[in-house]
Design a binder for this molecule. Structure first.
Ligand code: DC
Length: 222
């Protein structure tokens, strides 16, 4: 049976945590589409390609091999066979990923890959353009939002837990910059689909958000 739940929203809105929990509870595959753009951004850094060189970045997107494997401890991400699950979350990657993901032919390639990774499965897919571009016919569309301050607080806490050095002010600045980049992209911009259900998680616990989405999925499956 194939069933697609599309979850879009800005960085730090809780998409990652929430979709992982729902996937575990309902036995869905969880696909974090941001990881595909992060892999390419990591490879751009490795190869020393400048962000202006869109042609080289596009070429690179055609020859890298990205695999995402669901495990008990969460998704493992492999780039050309190497486990990069942790590396793709480092601040250097975060800093450039939005710009890399704004290159139009790169998006065509990644959207194709994201559809392939989801084919024929019960999936909960998180990103920015899932309900609008990747799966416009998704069975359920959610737009998960939260205030920039609340999102920065959450990201900073995640960074501390993963031993990634940052300050709240830095994280907030990055989130605002990234929101602007993500919302103003020519293609694949962060946008609520007309038929998406909006959930503002600013004053909700993770469990409350999970429960709300779970109820919506169960209603649609019926
Ligand atoms: O969700 P994230 O922070 O890991 O996403 C990394 C970047 O990739 C972010 O700047 C937006 C971009 N992205 C995108 O353009 N489209 C998606 N479907 C997912 C992420």
């Amino acid at each position: 049976m194939s069933f697609v739940v599309a979850v879009d929203g800005p960085a730090g809105s809780g998409k990652g945590t929430v979709t992982k929990k729902i996937a575990q509870k309902l036995d869905f595959t969880n696909l974090d589409t941001g990881a595909t753009y992060r892999c390419l951004a990591l490879e751009v850094l490795k190869m020393g390609i400048t962000l202006e060189d869109e042609q080289k970045i596009t070429e690179l997107s055609n020859c890298i091999d990205i695999k995402i494997e669901a495990t008990q401890e969460g998704d493992k991400v492999y780039l050309n066979g190497e486990d990069v699950t942790k590396k793709i979350r480092e601040p250097e990657v975060t800093k450039i990923v939005s710009q890399v993901s704004a290159i139009i032919p790169v998006r065509t390639k990644m959207v194709e890959l994201q559809r392939k990774l989801s084919q024929g499965k019960k999936v909960i897919v998180e990103g920015r353009d899932i309900g609008t571009v990747v799966f416009p016919n998704a069975d359920l569309k959610i737009y998960l939002d939260a205030s920039p301050e609340e999102r920065a607080k959450r990201r900073q806490k995640q960074n501390e837990e993963s031993n990634i050095k940052s300050t709240y002010e830095e994280v907030l600045k990055q989130i605002i910059e990234r929101d602007n980049n993500d919302k103003n992209k020519k293609v694949g911009a962060l946008k609520k689909a007309d038929d998406a259900i909006v959930i503002d998680s600013s004053n909700m616990t993770i469990e409350e958000v999970v429960q709300k989405i779970e109820n919506l999925i169960n209603e649609r499956i019926k």
